[in-house]
Structures are given as C-alpha cells and as structure tokens.
Design a protein around this ligand. Sequence first.
Ligand code: ZN
Length: 203
Amino acid sequence: MKIICIGRNYTDHIKELENEKPTDPVVFLKPDTSILLKGQPFFIPEFSQDVHHEVEVLVKINRIGKHIQPKFAHKYYDQIGLGIDFTARDLQAKLKAKGLPWEKAKGFDGAAVVGKWLPKESLPHVDDLTFSLTKNGETVQSGSSSLMLWKIDELIAYVSQFFTLKIGDIIFTGTPAGVGPVAINDNLVGTLEGQELFSIKVK
Ligand code: ZN
C-alpha cells in the first residue's frame, strides 16, 4: 500500500508557514514503513531538533481506480480516520530551500500516525467533519474538513490522475493551522466528531 499526502490544503496553515497558495494540490508520498505501529510510542528521530505534529483527516481507499471523476470518487472509500503527518520541520526547511524532495523530512519510521477507522455512514457529511489534536490535554490544532481548499472527492480525482489507487491506500488530506513542535513525554490525542481515534506518547 501507499500513503499519499496532500500539503497546503487549508488557507490558515498556508499563511502560518508563509507558503504560496497553490494552483494545484501539493502531493507527496510516505512509504508504508512510516506507519507508527499500533500501541507504540513515537520516537523523535535523531536527525531533527524540530519535529512538528500535523493532524489530518484520513481516507482509506477500498477499490482500485485510475482517472476517477470527482462525482464517482465517493465510491472509492467507506472509512474515514484521523492521523498525524509528523514532519521534521528543520530538515524540511533545508530541503525546501534547495528545491529538493521532502521525503526524508516526512517519510521516516513512525512519521505516519494512523488512528482508528470509522465507517463513513456513521459520520456527518465528509465535507463537514470537525477534528482536533490535544497535546498534554491542551487543544493545539482544531479544524473542519469544510475548510479544505480541495475536498476529499476532488483530492481522490486529482491524485488518481497520477497514481492508480489500490485497496488499502491511505490519503492524508492536509493539516489546518496550529502545527507545532513535539517534545519527549508529550501525549497527543486526536479526536474526530467527538470520538478519540488515537493517543500517542512521544519518546
Ligand atoms: Zn501534512
């Protein structure tokens, strides 16, 4: 399986990192080895002094597809989740400055937190989901999928022009504002529509 990530999908987060608003979605991949194993703590990698949390709505693909039209995209997923796109911000900044790919800053072991999955039918409309991340009990990020520049169905249509989507692939749909550093002993809890979908200890 593959993990397809979308960058700069919320205006407030684009401002936060002083990025330009894109004309197309920003797309990058994480390897399957980046998934944090269930029940394991997240270990801050040695090569970074500034790992940030990015809480994101996740979509799990359940049908193979290519060149999917937006109006049919809803048929390609039936589970929604929440996760963290951990980012070594210091390394990413260096790579961005040189115009180099970001993978080392976003694809390292443990950099993809994938929480519990919820059936799509159990949720309100996918374009109106509220979610948040708390760090040590304090809310650090909160967002709504209604504020995405590209909605879930548009993202599926867009990325399937480039990559065949396969059963089990996961799409990270981008982060709202409030990204920030994590430190050893932090506890990160992600909630979607009032349901806690992950709880992670940082080591
Ligand atoms: Zn992200």
